[in-house]
Design a protein around this ligand. Structure first.
Ligand code: FES
Length: 227
């Protein structure tokens, strides 16, 4: 039997000198046991590390509810950007109301038939041009009537067969001269200034109006003599 030695304190039967495996020091093992473990991989492997984009595969794995929330967020963001762009556009291009000029050339006298109410300027300039064989004893010529009903501002219609203007709103009637004769309209249609342009055309000037009830229809500028 071998003697115990410093290297092999346990005697071995038969005298064989067998080296025992050297175990690591306990201190080292304890230290290894107390060392904090490395972080375990995330349970949900589909969550991408921060700073990386969400690829299509990841999106699919997030499920329909998550994807719908992402889509909703993008839609809201896009709508907000569109609204901002619209507001910016309105700032640089504000609403501008384009109105026709207050005066215009209405053509030559031969363009109009005697005794007729001409409606070619009704929609664009809001007036009728009438070529009359006689206007209150002043002889033949032209005058311009406003298309605004003097009751509440509707636009009457010219009824050629009945030789009158008829307002569709409350039934007021006006004669060819513009004088009211039926319905609630309290006064005649207004007339506008009419004159000759430099080139011989008829000039209509809506910036100046004439009201019969104020005696203004006798003003020379309310009637254009011709013929
Ligand atoms: S607005 Fe023309 S009759 Fe009332």
């Amino acid at each position: 039997m071998a003697e115990p030695s410093k290297e092999n304190p346990l005697p071995i039967a038969g005298g064989a000198k067998t080296a025992l495996p050297v175990t690591p020091p306990l201190v080292a093992a304890g230290a290894a046991a107390t060392k904090p473990a490395a972080p375990a991989p995330a349970a949900n492997a589909s969550v991408p590390p921060s700073g990386e984009g969400i690829d299509r595969r990841t999106l699919l794995s997030l499920g329909p509810v998550t994807v719908s929330w992402v889509a909703l967020a993008w839609a809201s963001f896009t709508a907000a950007m569109a609204l901002s762009a619209g507001a910016l556009g309105r700032f640089f291009f504000p609403n501008v109301l384009f109105e026709p000029p207050s005066s215009f050339k209405a053509g030559f006298p031969e363009d109009y038939a005697t005794g007729k109410v001409d409606e070619r300027w009704k929609n664009l300039f809001g007036c009728w041009l009438v070529r009359s064989p006689d206007d209150f004893g002043r002889g033949p010529g032209f005058y311009v009537l406003s298309t605004v009903c003097t009751h509440l501002g509707c636009t009457p219609n010219w009824l050629d067969a009945e030789n009158k203007f008829k307002c569709p709103c409350h039934g007021s009637g006006f004669r060819r001269t513009g004088v009211n004769f039926e319905g609630p309209a309290p006064r005649p249609l207004e007339r506008f200034r009419i004159a000759w342009a430099d080139d011989g055309q008829i000039l209509v000037d809506k910036s100046k109006k004439f009201q019969q009830e104020k005696g203004q229809w006798t003003d020379p500028e309310s009637f254009l003599k011709y013929g």
